[in-house]
Design a protein around this ligand. Structure first.
Ligand code: IMP
Length: 440
């Protein structure tokens, strides 16, 4: 049985949590492979809404082992709080496993994120991060001065690594005029985290490899989206990890040939939270319609998301870079009520027509979208249960996406509930179709 990667094709918030939930029945483990508690996955099960930031959303199913992989940055405080919330709502977390190699977000990372963003805001250069310490923690990983989850179990090692880090971080924090940290306080906190989480910390790569060797289906759950990828997104307005499907290899503990299926998740329009270019952004009544009707407010920070028309330039790029072989189209119901819907097919940059991703963020900021206009529809789609139930104009919108995106749409979502899901091509994605099968 296969390894399936679920990844976002836009700027995050595409509805990956619902995709994980839909696939969960035949899955034995769900692995988070990057990011940290900057993510927000909303899963609706019946009347219950679960908002998860760090624990993989597979936790909602008893048969699934939720795994936090080596590519994740873990704030143990968030992890413990989230586990407690789940336990209080009757969800067991005893099967949760956390990679010994995942890096720890320490309080100084959070403080540095806030200090740096605060200082940058004064000069109009802020990224608009979630201020969860994600960038500073990944920075320490690259500088080899990070603390890993496995280190929390080794007091002497922890003390010496923390001592080196704290001296450096305090100097940096002081340069921003921010409060500094005492080594002994941090050491006590980190040791306590280690004691509370020791049972869960393990070599998750061995777990994942064991599951795949036994023929089990393992799901790799990306956070954020391709346009927020450190290397493939709108740098520097990106997160500090690799949400693309390739991130599942480095951050999840599998090799490229072990990936059988890549399910790309996209929304029927564009949204972005935080700073950075969004070429099709709408600051008019249509933008307001998309943000408000789509409840486009951040799960983690509550920030209002910017909205705009669907943009095929980044979408085509994302389908390629993730080697997406099946698409899930979410939130098409939100477009109901718009007399016309537009899709961006290319940009005009400095007078030149381009249909590929510009070479730098300055060009992207100057990019003027070139639109194709399609007929809208007024019908409410939330009660549709099959593609045939969709109005003709909505079906044409779906066909236009499929034609231009470069991958088949196998699932369409018309609302947050599990039953508001339309299967296309017999929902072959749920049968974990192999790439070769998709090409046939
Ligand atoms: P960071 O990941 O907190 O460093 O933030 C970097 C950028 O990624 C900012 O623009 C955030 O708004 C954005 N971002 C981080 N996590 C998410 C997410 O889960 N959904 C959407 N945007 C996100």
């Amino acid at each position: 049985m296969p390894a399936t990667v679920i990844c976002g094709l836009q700027w995050g918030d595409e509805g990956k949590g619902k995709a994980t939930d839909l696939l969960s029945a035949d899955v034995s483990a769900v692995v988070r492979y990057q990011g940290g508690d900057n993510a927000g996955h909303t899963v609706v099960v019946g009347d219950e809404v679960f908002k998860l930031h760090l624990v993989p959303s597979g936790v909602l199913h008893e048969h699934i082992t939720p795994i936090v992989g080596p590519g994740v940055v873990v704030n143990p405080r968030t992890l413990l709080t989230e586990m407690q919330m789940l336990n209080e709502r009757g969800i067991a977390t005893a099967k949760l496993r956390v990679s010994n190699a995942a890096h720890v977000i320490m309080p100084y990372h959070v403080a540095l994120d806030a200090a740096r963003e605060g200082a940058a805001a004064d000069s109009g250069a802020a990224i608009g991060t979630t201020r969860r310490g994600i960038g500073p923690a990944y920075g320490d990983r690259a500088w080899r001065s990070g603390i890993r989850m496995g280190d929390l179990l080794e007091p002497d090692l922890l003390r010496s690594r923390l001592a080196a880090a704290v001296a450096e971080k305090n100097a940096l924090l002081a340069s921003y005029g921010a409060a500094t940290f005492a080594l002994d306080d941090l050491l006590a906190l980190a040791l306590d985290w280690g004691r509370q989480l020791a049972w869960a910390i393990t070599d998750t790569t061995a777990l994942v490899q064991g599951s795949l060797a036994r023929g089990e289906h393992v799901l790799f759950e990306g956070a954020q989206g391709t346009m927020l990828d450190l290397d493939h997104g709108t740098y520097p307005y990106v997160t500090s990890s690799n949400p693309i499907a390739g991130g599942a290899c480095t951050g999840g503990g599998i090799g490229p040939l072990q990936v059988d299926q890549v399910l790309g998740i996209m929304k029927a329009y564009s949204t972005r939270v935080g700073a950075g270019p969004l070429p099709t952004e709408l600051k008019d009544a249509v933008g307001e319609h998309l943000t408000e009707k789509g409840h486009e407010y951040g799960t983690t920070t509550g920030r209002r998301r910017r909205s705009g028309w669907l943009d095929f330039v980044p979408l085509r790029y994302a389908v390629q870079v993730n080697s997406v072989n099946t698409l899930m189209l979410n939130k098409i119901d939100i477009l109901s009520g718009l007399p016309q819907v537009k899709v961006c097919t290319g940009y005009r940059v400095d007078g030149m027509l381009v249909d590929s991703w510009p070479l730098n963020v300055a060009q992207l900021e100057r990019a003027e979208p070139v639109y194709e206009t399609l007929e809208g529809w007024s019908e409410d789609l939330s009660a549709c249960r099959s593609v045939a139930d969709l109005p003709a104009a909505a079906r044409r919108y779906v066909a236009a996406i499929e034609e231009r995106a470069g991958a088949p749409i196998d699932v369409i979502s018309v609302g947050p509930e599990r039953n508001q899901t339309l299967m296309v091509n017999s929902g072959s994605v749920l049968g974990a179709r192999r790439r070769a099968g998709a090409a046939a």
